[in-house]
Ligand binder design. Structure first.
Ligand code: FAD
Length: 330
């Protein structure tokens, strides 16, 4: 007999992890899947060492530590957490359950689906220079995999948003030497992070663009062009981190009948999407008054699960009444 979960959660970011824990605690039998090889979504992929100050119960917590706590909550139960499971298809079976198929052919069934897919697949924006691809994994990265690889190294960060500023601030403490190159004079990241960086030892270069990377099999130097100058400049570095954002990719969600607004999925006050028995929570959910934050995503989960549980109770009551009527008739 095929196994049908009460709820399949797509995305094991902070919101999907919290949903998995809470669904299990409410005796709904959940499973969670994620395309990445790890849990934590944006927190693990984009800013693991950044401090978060606005999650209830923590005066200050790094993103990585928060993910560890959330995962710890999930592990109190035996709900499956399937990583490397990139959902590419969602279809409804004749009996009403949903079948979710991964890129590698694996599949799961769920009576209901909760989309906690953030901005979709986390695909880093690339710099568009050949050398970046050639040195990828050889000292050049778009996502920090292990902060220890940067310890006491000469680090170059490219970008002007939150991720670039956060990592630059972080590495001014642990790396040997930090340089930040941003192609504009104005930064788009949080002002407080910029002020902190300006008061640190970081060498900030604005109006400049990385044009080449050189080294014998691994990064040894970078060449950049400053606006208005004739010749590119060279800087000796050991590690380069490209932080120019990520492209949201809704992927399979675009091919279904979801109502989409501003790149995310429309949901009502119960987090229901326009498709029956499919909910959208966290960053992917576009509902009135939404704010893309971890704590609001947690709130969405409570609302959606409460709705699912009350619907289930109503259904069971109706079934009980129907069977009672049947017995009276006979
Ligand atoms: C630099 C930066 C700093 C931030 N700082 C804060 C902060 O201080 N406080 C705060 O509250 N918020 C902060 N945020 C926002 C916060 O990270 C998001 O609101 C939060 O990550 C949303 O969580 P989520 O679980 O909805 O989505 P995500 O974290 O995006 O997780 C979604 C997951 O879904 C997976 N997924 C997507 N599509 C598929 C698919 N087809 N199949 C399988 N899996 C899929 C992805 O791989 C991903 O792991 C920050 C964001 C950034 C970028």
């Amino acid at each position: 007999m095929k196994k049908i979960y009460d709820l399949v959660i797509v995305g094991a970011g902070p919101v999907g992890l919290y949903a998995t824990f809470l669904a299990a605690a409410k005796n709904l039998n959940p499973a969670v899947v994620d395309a990445l090889s790890y849990v934590g979504g944006q927190l693990t992929a984009l800013y693991p060492q950044k401090h978060i100050f606005d999650v209830a119960g923590y005066p200050k917590v790094t993103a990585a530590a928060l993910v560890e706590e959330l995962y710890g909550q999930v592990k109190q139960y035996e709900s499956p957490v399937l990583t490397n499971f990139k959902v590419v298809n969602l279809e409804r079976e004749p009996e009403g359950e949903y079948k979710l198929t991964a890129e590698d052919g694996r599949y799961l069934y769920g009576h209901r689906v909760m989309l906690a897919a953030g901005a979709g697949m986390i695909v880093p924006r690339t710099l568009g220079i050949e050398a970046a691809e050639a040195y990828l994994g050889k000292g050049f990265e778009y996502v920090v995999k292990d902060v220890e690889e940067y310890r006491d190294k000469r680090v170059l960060i490219i970008g002007g948003g939150d991720t670039a500023l956060d990592w630059a601030n972080f590495f001014t403490v642990t790396a040997g030497e930090v340089t930040l190159i941003h192609r504009r004079s104005k930064f788009i990241g949080f002002e407080g992070s910029l002020r902190r960086l300006q008061n640190s030892t970081c060498n900030i270069i604005t109006d400049a663009k990385l044009i080449d990377i050189a080294g014998d099999g691994k990064v040894e130097s970078a060449h950049y062009q400053v606006k208005g100058e004739d010749q590119p400049r060279e800087i000796k570095v050991d590690r380069i981190l490209g932080c120019i954002g990520f492209t949201p990719k809704l992927g399979f969600l675009k091919e279904h009948n979801f109502e989409i607004a501003e790149g995310s999925i429309k949901a009502d006050q119960f987090m229901r999407t326009s498709v029956e028995k499919i909910y959208a929570v966290g960053d992917i959910s576009n509902h009135p008054g939404r704010i893309k934050l971890i704590s609001t995503g947690f709130g969405n989960v409570q609302i959606a699960l409460n709705h699912i549980v009350s619907q289930q109770a109503e259904m069971e009551e109706d079934q009980e009444e129907a069977s009672l009527e049947e017995r009276v008739d006979h």
